[in-house]
Design a protein around this ligand. Structure first.
Ligand code: G6P
Length: 615
């Protein structure tokens, strides 16, 4: 969903923009561009593809620059208009004096475009963003003040935008504005920043001001002015970022994804910290701001999420129903928002999102709030838009996740759901005390068990090597691990582009079995001691009878499995109900190593972005 950076100050402007954009590249990498105010001249550089291409271009053309003192930059995830040089940002007005970068979608851009063409504007791209450049330039011709021109223009925009704007005639002023798309100001000394997200500024400052919808920020090197859309100054809180730039380093791992997979034991310890400290004490989940009596009577929960978070939500549904006996519906946010739901003031609506910025989920949350539901947000970004909409907020504390494919944020969401489900069960009082104790004891053991999986990945690597040439995969599971099958298959799709699909094991025979032959490996998740083991084994036999290659992911020590399956990946003993927090790890690693063997761009897979701020 595009990343934007604006800078005015004493440092080398090109380096600051590149460093900011590098840390925002998770938001898109179809094209990159910067505009510099260089001794009164606007200079624009754009390249297709990743930021590295733009860096190389600037290295070659460095001699063209005198001494830029301000600039704006952009990395694109294409929405309107294909990824091409002409559609790459920054965009300019007809005379080229005004430049704009934009994240979001302008819904009324066609009408505006027509009006502006009738006024003589010369459009060059297919983007909605170019409309903003012409619109602000048109207003500027009346006011001769960039700040005012931006305010007057954004009033006419419908949709979502975070924009950074510069004008040749106002050197060293960058104006930012936002609505339904993230934007913040970085507060420096003799320099100031505007950016889509905190990683863009962390190298230079920890002081941050989060802009709200319909606010406009004007930065110079010594001053920050924030107004509402009508020009009234707004006093904003300066917040201090609670993390260090080191979080953005790979720390010796080949990819961020591998580093983040390895961080999971500590992430789980972090999530449990302060909430589960004694197996005899109730879960301390003070974040849920609903009184106990209301929670006791709670009969309906709806969970809305997208992508990997949707899979965490499916595990959440299973365990909340299992532990607390409350009926839970799970729905993709993009479906929830376009139908008549039965959400009402007695519904607890849970929004799950690692980024806290996913547009579909934000819209769904707003709709739920309009129906007076209590909204609980589970997110890895307590500083996000979604967090600010929350009535209750559970921050999952996984730390910054750089790799586009979510891993540690997923396990952190799962653990948050376990805590929530146990918390609800304790309030409802339906679960046996010794069962609860065991559950808590095992939750505390999870990080050590995952460390065991991570300490020896040779079998997973071998399996990845053996199967990396296959073009299709089926993942099967039952019960609480069905979501793990979906998530394992999604990880493989996302980073290796192999067609992988998760199915309920019992559904295999109702259609998918038609696809089975020696070219279609079937990976099954088998946890003994629970309700599904024997049944899944029978499903595997059925697949074997159709010549499918079989991979087992199991905590079973039964040596008979080695003759039925082509590969057996073993994990430490774990109860079925808690196993999704472990079974996801070897599947993340399998996807990682397959993508690695295939030479794919693991951290930045094609067509994806980590934060999807358009519906
Ligand atoms: C994008 C990402 C996925 C992510 C999904 C939902 O599609 O590529 O990895 O699962 O958005 O994001 P959220 O931030 O709401 O969890």
């Amino acid at each position: 969903m595009c990343g934007i950076v604006g800078y005015v100050g004493h440092r080398d402007v090109v380096s600051v923009l590149f460093s900011g954009l590098t840390n925002l590249e998770y938001r898109g990498y179809d094209s990159a561009g910067i505009a510099l105010n260089d001794k009164g001249d606007i200079k624009i550089y754009k390249t297709l593809g990743k930021l590295i291409n733009l860096k190389n271009e600037l290295t070659e053309r460095k001699s063209e620059l005198i001494q830029p003192t301000s600039g704006i930059g952009h990395i694109r995830w294409a929405t309107h208009g294909s990824p091409s040089l002409i559609n790459a940002h920054p965009h300019t007005c007809t005379c080229g004096k005004l430049v704009v970068v934009h994240n979001g979608i302008i819904e009324n851009y066609k009408e505006l475009r027509e009006e502006l063409i009738n006024k003589g504007c010369n459009f060059r791209s297919q983007t909605d963003t170019e409309t903003i450049a012409h619109l602000i330039a048109d207003e500027y011709s009346k006011t001769k003040k960039l700040e005012e021109a931006v305010r007057n223009s954004v009033k006419k925009l419908q949709g979502a935008y975070a924009i950074c704007v510069m004008h040749k005639d106002e050197p060293d002023v960058v104006v930012g504005a936002r609505k339904h798309a993230p934007m913040l100001v970085g507060v420096g000394e003799g320099e100031n920043f505007i950016a889509s997200d905190t990683p863009a500024i962390i190298e230079y400052t920890k002081k941050t001001i989060y802009l709200d919808d319909n606010e406009v920020a004007v930065i110079t090197k010594d001053k920050i002015k924030i107004t509402d859309i009508n020009g009234n100054e707004v006093v904003k809180k300066v917040e201090i970022l609670p993390w260090e730039p080191i979080a953005l380093s790979k720390l010796g791992y080949k990819h961020f994804m591998l580093k983040e997979i390895h961080e999971q034991p500590d992430v789980i310890r972090n999530v449990l910290n302060g909430k589960l400290y004694d197996i005899d004490a109730p879960i301390a989940l003070n974040e849920v701001k609903i009184d106990k009596d209301t929670l006791k009577k709670l009969i309906k929960i709806e969970i809305i999420a997208c992508g990997t978070s949707l899979h965490a939500a499916l595990v959440g549904k299973y365990i909340i129903e299992d532990f607390a006996g409350i009926s839970v519906e799970v729905e993709a946010s993009s479906e929830y928002i376009y139908r008549k739901t039965t959400t009402d003031s007695s519904t607890l609506v849970i929004g799950v999102s690692q980024s806290g910025e996913t547009a579909d989920t934000i819209t769904a949350i707003k709709q739920a709030k309009e129906k007076n539901a209590h909204v609980l947000i589970i997110t890895n970004r307590p500083d996000s838009n979604m967090a600010r909409l929350a009535d209750s907020l559970i921050p999952v504390n996984a730390g910054i996740e750089v790799s586009v494919a979510a891993t540690k944020s997923y396990t952190a969401q799962l653990i948050s759901f376990y805590l929530l489900a146990i918390h609800l069960a304790e309030i409802k009082g339906g679960l046996d005390k010794s069962y609860l104790k065991n559950l808590k004891h095992e939750l505390i053991q999870l990080p050590t068990k995952i460390e065991e999986v991570l300490s020896n990945t040779s079998a997973i690597q071998e399996c990845a090597r053996k199967f990396s040439s296959f073009k299709n995969f089926i993942y099967i599971a039952r019960g609480v691990n069905l979501a793990t099958a979906f998530e394992g298959a999604l990880k493989l799709k996302e980073i290796s582009y192999i067609n992988a699909t998760g199915y309920a094991a019992g559904e295999l025979k109702h259609g998918p079995i038609a696809m089975l032959d020696e070219t279609m490996p079937v990976l099954s998740i088998l946890i003994p001691g629970g309700i599904s083991y024997e049944k899944i084994l029978s499903n595997c036999e059925e697949a074997k009878a159709r010549n499918a290659k079989l991979i087992a992911l199991t905590s079973s020590t039964d040596s008979n499995l080695d003759s039925l399956f082509d590969v057996v990946l073993r994990i430490p003993p774990v109860s079925e109900i808690l196993s999704p927090a472990i079974t996801c790890v070897p599947l993340q690693l399998l996807a990682y190593y397959i993508a690695e063997f295939l030479g794919k761009d693991v951290d930045q897979p094609r067509n994806l972005a980590k934060s999807v701020t358009v519906e």
